[in-house]
Design a protein around this ligand. Structure first.
Ligand SMILES: CC(C)(COP(=O)(O)OP(=O)(O)OC[C@H]1O[C@@H](n2cnc3c(N)ncnc32)[C@H](O)[C@@H]1OP(=O)(O)O)[C@@H](O)C(=O)NCCC(=O)NCCS
Length: 170
């Protein structure tokens, strides 16, 4: 699958080790951004996260990707597809953006491009998503994308809301 994926305002590409400092400053090190995930990452945590995403990219040809704001060239966030809980077999959609980029439709724009790849070249029949019950912004993104709520599921060590989206032609 050819990367980057280019949308009107964004480009999605695999992470590279040089992204570490900017990603830590912009999102992974920000307690507010990470409040409903597993909390902020320190320097070593960012390094481990980049390695985890690179390993998944190498193994499966997709991962959570870096989202670049095309106008500024800055890293705005991450968005992509990952094996649920690192194991699969279900594939989850994920997205996280720096606070400066919230409220602009970037997450929805990046996710739409990601889903087109998921149901196109990657060839998935179904994509899932999990969010904490209190993560209303994330649930709004999933609603805009057409995901259906499918109850609650234990994922990443806690009960979370579970969502699914079938291939549009299924
Ligand atoms: C979840 C998260 C990515 C959602 O970001 P977001 O900016 O709210 O989502 P979207 O990109 O869909 O943007 C929608 C908002 O942009 C507004 N918007 C502005 N310009 C827009 C445009 N050109 N197109 C579409 N929407 C636009 C919409 O009106 C909407 O505003 P609202 O929130 O006031 O209703 C963000 O809150 C985040 O990073 N949270 C922390 C990490 C996290 O929880 N990730 C998910 C884990 S499950």
């Amino acid at each position: 699958m050819p990367l980057p994926l280019v949308t009107e305002r964004l480009a999605l590409r695999p992470f590279v080790p040089d992204d570490a400092d900017e990603m830590r400053e912009t999102l992974w090190g920000d307690p507010e951004v990470m409040a409903l995930l597993d909390g902020p990452l320190d320097h070593a945590g960012v390094g481990r996260e980049l390695q985890r995403l690179a390993d998944h990219q190498d193994r499966h040809g997709f991962s959570f990707w870096a989202v670049v704001d095309r106008e500024t060239g800055l890293l705005a966030g991450e968005c992509g597809l990952f094996s649920l809980e690192g194991r699969g077999p279900e594939i989850e959609l994920g997205y996280t953006f720096g606070r400066a980029w919230w409220g602009r439709g970037y997450a929805t724009e990046a996710a739409r491009a990601t889903l087109a790849e998921a149901f196109g070249p990657i060839g998935l029949d179904r994509v899932v998503a999990v969010t904490r019950h209190e993560n209303h912004r994330s649930q709004a993104v999933l609603g805009r994308l057409g995901f259906a709520a499918a109850g609650s599921r234990l994922a990443y060590g806690r009960e979370q809301r579970f969502y699914e989206l079938a291939h549009p032609h299924a």
